[in-house]
Design a protein around this ligand. Structure first.
Ligand code: SDX
Length: 442
């Protein structure tokens, strides 16, 4: 019977080592026993961007990148998108099980009891320029919330973790909507707890002088499904950031601010914003070949294409593409969809993209829908953050409770100068160090 071990021979010493294999992985720390001589440093694994390194054990999401599978707590996203709601899926992601009726009613109540923000938050947001990017406002405000809830630093207290989770899931839509209303110079709309989670968000975004905002049920449902599809995704950059900041035992608000900051990057959650800018830049189908040529020449990235894990079609992109047509029934077709579909068709026939297994990802079609719904492009990553807060909080709690986790402090491979000694100013030669001009680029 083959044993689940890896036999390594260190050819520098001729020594052999047996390393156990668990869950398809070896422990990188097992490598540290491999050394040239006693007292010498042990072997280290080198993995920039953690491309082939598992940083944790998790039960939250499962992705099979080859087969295009995504499951939350074992449930396929296709079933959740069709049968669940965002709040129910958020419960599943955070708690680990689908709620019973009584638990779901309590969960909904608990979230609704936290949709208001402290009145000072309005003044805080007022401090931003009218054209401040809403992700900047969200990052700053999420971090500021930790000053309102100092008890959040009691991260080992179950009830405190529960309350902060409810507060963040409840308040993110409010902060997002307030950021939008600030940019438009419109009065802030307070939460309407008679409405659904997404209905309330649309009300806080778009209510004007009517006594009660009535969300269009098709748009309300479409946004709810989009939130389901963005709720968690294994150890993506922002969830890894959430775990890393949280590993220092910072409070969850500071950790969410860090996670949102990671999500704001165009390689990550702001790609949905960049996709729409790219499609507008293309402008018409006949200009697609020029963009493809630029992407293949390495001059730019095809935004919304490619994924570290999915080497097949991102299953979320398939579902989002379908939602688009439900939304267009209400809003009218967004002409960008034709450009996006043709861009996808051409790219998926092109050897450059096929050989690199670059397919549309979650961000390729979502922005087209958001724009059709009247949401401003700068708000697209903010919508991503609202939904991903459920996943961030689940990943954070899992990290807090994982006995194997410590403060994140990776090693490095030092490739800088050996020891050298101080040279008095008057003895330094002009034009001395030949390296990058004037010691750039750092
Ligand atoms: C999200 O991790 C997650 O799960 C993230 C996410 C989530 O739910 O949390 O799924 C959400 O962030 C989706 C990704 C959104 N980003 C974009 O759409 C931006 C455009 N895509 C990329 O920049 C890129 O594909 C990444 C960042 C998504 C993945 O990058 P990798 O895995 O580091 O791949 P790479 O940069 O090493 O690229 C491999 C090759 C390179 O070419 P060669 O060096 O082999 O010649 O593919 C090329 C890249 O140049 N390539 C692209 C490309 N993406 C990769 N070429 C053109 N267009 C692209 N989009």
């Amino acid at each position: 019977m083959a044993s689940s071990t890896l036999t390594i021979t260190d050819n520098r010493t001729g020594k052999r080592y047996e390393l156990p294999i668990e869950h398809g992985a070896i422990r990188a720390s097992d490598l540290s026993q491999i050394r040239v001589a006693p007292g010498e440093p042990g072997l280290v694994s080198y993995d920039p961007a953690l491309i082939n390194t598992a940083t944790c054990k998790s039960k939250v999401s499962f992705i099979d990148g080859e087969r295009g599978i995504l499951r939350y707590r074992g449930y396929p996203i296709e079933e959740l998108a069709e049968k669940s709601s965002f709040l129910e899926t958020a419960y599943l992601i955070v708690k680990g099980e689908l709620p019973t009726t009584s638990h779901f009613l309590m969960w909904q109540h608990n979230i609704k009891m936290h949709t208001l923000v402290h009145e000072n938050i309005k003044q805080f947001i007022q401090g931003f320029r009218y054209d401040a990017h809403p992700m900047g406002i969200l990052i700053a405000t999420a971090g500021a919330l930790s000053t309102f809830y100092p008890e959040a630093k009691n991260i080992m207290d179950l009830e405190s973790r529960r309350v902060q989770t409810r507060r963040l899931i409840g308040k993110m839509p409010t902060i997002a909507a307030f950021a939008y209303r600030h940019s438009r110079g419109l009065p802030y709309i307070y939460p309407d707890n008679d409405l659904s989670y997404t209905g309330n968000f649309l009300s806080m975004m778009f209510k004007m002088t009517e006594l009660k905002y009535r969300p269009d049920p098709v748009l309300e449902h479409a946004l709810d499904v989009l939130f389901i599809l963005h709720a968690d995704h294994e150890q993506n950059c922002s969830s890894t950031t959430m775990r890393t900041v949280g590993s220092a035992h910072s409070d969850p608000y500071a950790s969410v601010a860090g996670a949102a900051a990671a999500l704001a990057g165009p390689r990550h959650g702001s790609a949905n914003e960049e996709v729409v800018h790219m499609l507008h830049e293309i402008g018409s189908i006949d200009r697609i070949p020029g963009l493809i040529k630029q992407a293949k020449g390495g001059e730019r990235r095809l935004m919304g294409f490619g994924h570290r894990v999915y080497k097949n079609y991102d299953p979320r992109a398939q579902l989002i593409k379908k939602i688009a047509y439900d939304v267009f029934e209400v809003t009218g077709k967004n002409p960008l969809i034709e450009i996006a579909l043709e861009l996808e068709r051409i790219a998926l026939q092109d050897e450059y993209f096929v050989s690199r297994r670059l397919y549309p990802n979650v961000d390729f079609y979502s922005g087209i829908i958001y724009e059709a719904m009247g949401l401003p492009v700068a708000m697209f990553p903010v919508l991503f953050a609202i939904a991903r807060t459920a996943g961030w909080m689940a990943q954070w709690a899992e990290m807090v409770l994982d006995d194997e986790q410590k403060i994140v402090r990776p090693k490095q491979l030092y490739v800088g100068h050996d020891e050298r000694h101080y040279v008095p100013l008057d003895q330094r030669r002009e034009g001395g160090a030949p390296e990058v001009e004037v010691h750039g680029p750092l």
